[in-house]
Design a protein. Sequence first.
Length: 210
Amino acid sequence: MSKGLFITFEGGEGCGKTTVIKALVKELEKEGLQALVTREPGGSLIAEQIRNVILDRANTLMDPRTEALLYAASRRQHLVEIVLPALKEGKMVLSDRYLDSSLAYQGVARGIGIEEVFSINKFAIDQTMPDLTFFLDLEPEKGLERIRQHRSDEVNRLDLEKLSFHQKVYEAYKLLAKKYPERIVTIDASMTVEQEVEQIKKVILERYHG
Ligand code: TYD
């Protein structure tokens, strides 16, 4: 591969990003394409330490701007340590969440404002926008129900937010998908994993060969 491809996956709780990414990697391998899979903070010790502070259930007093700054800091470290070196080597990088998570969760659901959160993230990402973003579109009621069924063991501070918070996140993603139609591709996440992977693979191959 001559040039790296930076692909991010976004969506609300329980939309199935992690499962879809895993299945996608196998499908891409069949096409002879290797991808580096990561997630924020993914494998960077410093970024993970920052993230632990954010997700700690004890930190209920955290100010929304503090949270946004910490996510941006974590993102920066993950970008520099993991994403940029891989892109430089020409790899395809699949990241479970990136910038749009902050725009949706902090910008809209926490009420800071998309532009405000974007501006601190511009400092953090320094022009590294994803080449392609897949928004896994699932209504929050369905996503939260999936979590209740499959993941009762691992509940973090953000999972505990009210349904209204997750509805705001969902509306925010739909808004972002409208705002950046050339970058963000919406995938109906109520389909089977196989169907989702098929659609995603098709778009990636078009971009890759195009
Ligand atoms: P995680 O356990 O990684 O969940 P998921 O499988 O849904 O990605 O927790 C990530 C949580 O952090 C999730 O609720 C979304 C939130 N988040 C933000 O609020 N802002 C951000 O910038 C990022 C990256 C995540």
